[in-house]
Design a protein around this ligand. Structure first.
Ligand code: C2E
Ligand code: CA
Ligand code: CA
Length: 707
């Protein structure tokens, strides 16, 4: 645009200059011709005057001679030959009788035929009337001189000199010359003007070209350095510094944009990825899953989803702190990823839960293989901050077709299968089958009926005896039973977990405490003052602020000897919140009651923490007792555990003793207490109190209880 403007300005200036020069030249030419003509006439007049004076003087001598010498007159007249414009010259005597005539350079000077004077009569008259001196008429200059003194002339000289023709010739010559000159001057002028214009406009053109280049390239770093007049240099300098500012602004803008891009990326990461493990988060995963599900449904493909949850993670977090917990999550996610294939997608759902979308609809065999490998890898000890931490993982697996490609049903099915794994003892995987939904429904019904069941007295406490090495009853474990009118008999192994998961365990424990501590007097009256009643506490109970005050109040109102009450807790109770558990049990022990560690050996703990907690009894889990004499490893572990407990001054109670061989082995190893069907199944209080108790006839009791 600006470039075009410059071009237009330049051509306009050039045209204007040319016109001005042409007009000037024309004016100049006119003036020159006019001046020339004046000067020319003046010069011719002066020359003619001088010439005729000379000739008149010469003729005076000739005419003054006594004898008329015509030759001398002729030769005088012939001097006019040199003057080509002298057309005619007459020499008259004093009476205007023509003595000689000169008729120009082309004609010889001939004496006029005096007889043929008729043709000259007119001229004669005319000659007479012509004044002396120089006069002009009809384009001719006439010079009339008296030969001799004008008062007493002896003759006259008249020279007719052509003025117009030489004048017009000279004018033409001048015009031609002037034209040539003008053309040359105009040419030079135009060239000069062009040169001047270009010199003046070149810097602007340069600037325009640079502006054009900048527009094309968007490169504001182009250096502007245009030479020219001061103004142009100033302009160039100003534009250059403006460009510098733009360039700086551009760099700042670019940096700012870069920063914004990075922030956007970071925001995207924050929005879509988990800050701890760097895995995609729930939102990202669900969005991907939604798209994949609709694609799979369209193409009639199935998909497999794994719901993966760490067992006992919360305990690690509470026992070792969040730093260790976080590192464990990172490590566990890394280990898990090792078994995923290219195309599988893993995400952290939150806490210790992960979702894995398996690529390309793998068969049950492949899915099982992946799940087993993950579980095996997760159950290997983790070495974190000098702690050797052992956990496990539970996996639920679902297929999209079972959920009819519905996103929430798909995830929920995997979740249900995962819970099934938890229910089945954790550290395992379960593939969802539609029947599990029925289980889930049952779980819901159970959860919804617990409170009503407690209110309606559907729950009952059963007591299972514990005996010592000589089979004397030393105590009873209180075990809950639920006979629901709608659900029938519900095992505590089923409803306790549901109660824990649905937040209803507090009510159960509170109910249990009241019930057992009320039964206490009757049991002790029947079985002796030193009988110890054991109650099971859930890990969740420790978080119930009402529990300790309730225990204190009940001890008082029921006149309980705290020594006769023992609380059984599992390892997970400790692991979920180590400090809190220690404090809780410290309080219990301070009251005078004791603590037993239940199901020892089935959990995730390392033996190392046994030295850090205050315990009274270690209960060896039934699965070790079951395997005594069958599995060498189990036998060895049981032996070692008993030995270690002895070293730690702990009471040892073996549970699930069903055979005399098991009993004998355990007693031989130094086990202090035994519990199991061999000595009695759990029974209700009424049945228990009905049975006769004789301290030395334990077998009799056992038999009677079983019947
Ligand atoms: P637990 O605390 O380990 O209880 C021992 C379980 O082993 C009881 O099952 C008991 O009936 C069973 N048992 C004892 N001796 C033998 C035996 O020789 N052979 C066999 N096969 N089983 C034997 P139960 O009563 O079904 O209780 C299951 C679990 O439910 C308990 O395991 C305990 O963890 C939980 N539980 C029961 N009652 C309560 C309760 O009042 N509160 C809490 N928090 N948990 C309870
Ligand atoms: Ca127990
Ligand atoms: Ca147990």
């Amino acid at each position: 645009m600006s470039f075009m403007v410059f071009k237009t300005i330049r051509s306009t200036l050039t045209a204007f200059n040319s016109l001005a020069i042409a007009t000037l030249c024309a004016g100049f030419l006119g003036f020159t011709i006019y001046a020339h003509e004046g000067l020319y006439q003046e010069a011719v007049e002066s020359d003619l005057n001088a010439l005729s004076n000379n000739m008149a003087e010469d003729l005076f001598k000739i005419l003054g001679a006594s004898k008329l010498d015509t030759d001398a007159i002729i030769s005088t007249l012939l001097r006019l030959k040199e003057y080509e414009n002298a057309e005619l010259a007459y020499v008259y005597d004093k009476d205007y009788a023509q003595l000689e005539l000169y008729t120009g350079a082309s004609m010889p000077v001939v004496a006029e035929d005096k007889t043929n004077g008729i043709s000259f009569n007119a001229e004669l008259k005319q000659a007479k009337s012509i004044p002396l001196g120089i006069s002009y008429e009809s384009g001719k200059l006439r010079s009339k001189k008296s030969i001799g003194e004008p008062d007493s002339p002896i003759g006259y000289l008249l020279i007719i000199n052509d003025l117009d023709e030489p004048l017009s010739k000279s004018r033409v010559a001048i015009i031609v010359n002037a034209l040539i000159f003008s053309l040359v001057v105009t040419g030079i002028g135009i060239a000069f003007s062009l040169w001047l214009n270009s010199r003046m406009l070149l810097p602007f053109q340069k600037l325009a070209r640079l502006a054009h280049r900048i527009k094309e390239t968007n490169d504001y770093s182009i250096e502007i350095n245009v030479d020219g007049k001061q103004e142009v240099r100033d302009l160039s300098y100003e534009i250059s510094s403006m460009m510098d500012t733009i360039h700086e602004e551009e760099i700042t803008n670019r940096e700012y944009t870069e920063q914004l891009m990075q922030q956007r990326k970071a925001m995207e990461r924050l929005a879509n990825f988990d800050g701890l493990t760097g895995l995609p988060n729930r939102q990202f995963f669900m969005e991907t899953l939604r798209k994949s599900l609709s694609a799979a449904e369209r193409e009639n493909n199935d998909m497999v989803l794994m719901y993966f949850d760490l067992d006992g993670f919360k305990g690690v977090n509470d026992a070792h702190g969040h730093e260790v917990g976080d590192k464990l999550l990172i490590e566990a996610s890394k280990r898990t990823q090792r078994f995923l294939r290219h195309g599988d997608l893993i995400a952290r759902l939150g806490g210790d839960e992960f979702l894995i979308l398996l690529y390309n609809d793998p068969s049950d065999f492949v899915v099982t293989d992946i799940a087993e490998r993950i579980i095996k890898e997760i159950s290997k000890p983790f070495d974190i901050n000098d702690w050797e931490i052992q956990i496990s993982g539970s996996i639920g697996i679902a297929r999209a077709a079972d959920a009819k490609y519905n996103l929430s049903d798909f995830v929920s099915n995997a979740d249900v299968a995962m819970y099934k794994s938890k229910d089945e003892g954790k550290n395992t995987h379960t593939i969802f089958v539609p029947e599990m939904m029925e289980d889930n429904k049952r779980r819901l019904i159970i959860a919804n009926n617990i409170i009503a069941g407690l209110r309606e007295n559907e729950f009952e406490v059963y007591y299972q005896p514990k005996v010592n090495a000589d089979e004397s009853i030393v105590g009873f474990e209180a075990l809950l039973r639920w006979h629901s009118p709608t659900l029938g008999f519900v095992s505590p192994a089923e409803f306790i977990i549901i109660a824990e998961q649905s937040g209803k365990i507090h009510q159960i424990t509170e109910w249990l405490l009241q019930k057992v501590l009320c039964d206490y007097t009757k049991i002790l009256e029947h079985f002796g003052e030193s009988t110890v009643i054991s109650l099971n506490l859930s890990a969740h109970d420790l978080k119930n602020p009402k529990i300790l005050p309730l225990i204190t109040a009940l001890y008082e109102s029921c006149q309980i000897n705290p020594k006769c009450i023992e609380y059984e807790v599992t390892e997970s109770t400790y692991l979920e919140n180590f400090d809190m558990a220690n404090q809780f049990f410290e309080n219990i022990r301070n009251m005078g009651s004791s603590i037993a560690l239940d199901d020892f050996g089935t959990g995730y703990s390392s033996l190392s923490y046994l030295t850090q907690i205050k315990l009274d009894t270690l209960k060896i889990d039934k699965q070790f007792v079951d395997n005594l004499g069958i599995s060498e490893r189990s036998t060895l572990v049981t032996k070692t555990v008993i030995e270690m407990a002895k070293q730690l001054n702990l009471n040892i109670c073996a549970e699930g003793v069903e055979t005399p061989q098991q009993m004998n082995f355990l007693v031989d190893q130094g086990c202090h207490q035994l519990q199991g069907y061999l000595f009695g199944k759990p029974i209700d209080l009424a049945s228990l109190l009905e049975k006769p108790y004789k301290k030395d006839t334990k077998k009799q009791l056992a038999v009677s209880i079983e019947t």
